[in-house]
Ligand binder design. Structure first.
Ligand SMILES: C[S@@+](CC[C@H](N)C(=O)[O-])C[C@H]1O[C@@H](n2cnc3c(N)ncnc32)[C@H](O)[C@@H]1O
Length: 277
């Protein structure tokens, strides 16, 4: 394999550009070390000697793109990440929606779902709410661009750090909604039945007629440049119900972007109640 000093700057830039082309993720030149680290094992698997050869494979074999996307995305997540959000959903968003929409089904979108912890956290919260309000109905769509994390989400089997965090923070929920399974835990079939996983690139328009009342778009905008963020937010806005709640991640903000959402409180926005073109 070529040594690091020999890697042509043009090849580096071309691979960084491919990240943008296939995912919308903006990677500056200084991210090359990160990207190189993520691709190294793939080169070994394909018995390629150089990043130049890998670039050719990426150009010539469309099925390589999926592997590339799985490798270049950052999929860090956890159950009930950012506790304040879940308090807001439990105390305000769910009761308010239920009061105003009796008989309807709450539509929720986990829009960069990774391995599903966010979607299943939402499902657990909804199940708890349904215990108190038996007429409450909900559906969750979990989407991501990376096929590998979606596969893990569909399997709903968790082990290690993430499940330990859930067991510590919400032990009653963990035993109610998960079944011990060897060295891990698997989501109960009744919880899983409420979550559909689907591949979706956020820079594209989401097909389907659903109008989401709650969208979790957390810790993903951070990877896009301003133009990319605006594109994503416009697609998200169009997929949401008027007045729907949008929740973003702790290091993200919409204030600079002047998109169609009103600030409600930090991390929480509402779709402006206007009719779509
Ligand atoms: C850091 S995780 C965030 C997971 C979860 N939302 C959370 O906050 O814990 C970011 C996820 O965004 C996904 N992602 C990156 N670019 C995307 C795109 N263009 N469309 C859809 N998902 C994307 C990645 O695959 C990754 O799983």
């Amino acid at each position: 394999m070529e040594c690091e000093g020999e890697i042509d700057q043009a090849i580096q830039r071309a691979l960084l550009d491919r990240v943008h082309r296939h995912t919308g993720i903006h990677m500056a030149d200084r991210k090359w070390t990160l990207l190189q680290g993520r691709l190294r094992r793939r080169l070994q698997t394909l018995t390629l000697d150089s990043y130049r050869d890998y670039l050719s494979v990426l150009e010539e074999r469309p099925d390589e793109v999926g592997h590339f996307i799985n490798l270049v995305t950052t999929n860090e997540t956890s159950f009930f990440r950012t506790p304040r959000i879940w308090e807001y959903l439990w105390q305000q968003a769910l009761p308010e929606w239920f009061r105003r929409n009796r008989g309807a089904t709450l539509q929720i979108w986990s829009a960069a779902a990774s391995t599903g912890e966010e979607a299943y956290s939402m499902a657990m919260l909804c199940e708890e709410f349904r215990e108190q309000h038996p007429a409450f109905k909900y559906q969750i769509l979990a989407t991501d661009i990376a096929s590998q994390v979606l596969q893990a989400g569909r399997a709903g089997r968790y082990q290690g750090r993430n499940v330990d965090g859930l067991l510590r923070a919400r032990p009653a929920m963990a035993s109610k909604y998960f079944e011990a399974d060897g060295d891990g835990f698997t989501v109960s079939p009744s919880l899983r039945a409420h979550v559909v996983f689907r591949e979706h690139h956020l820079h594209k328009r989401l097909d389907g007629a659903a109008r989401f009342d709650i969208t979790l778009l957390r810790n993903v905008l951070i990877y896009f440049d301003d133009e990319g963020q605006r594109t994503v937010l416009e697609h998200v806005r169009r997929a949401m119900a008027p007045d729907g709640v949008l929740i973003i991640g702790e290091s993200e903000s919409l204030t600079r972007l002047n998109v169609g959402f009103d600030f409600e409180q930090p991390l929480i926005y509402r779709r402006k109640d206007r009719v779509d073109a």
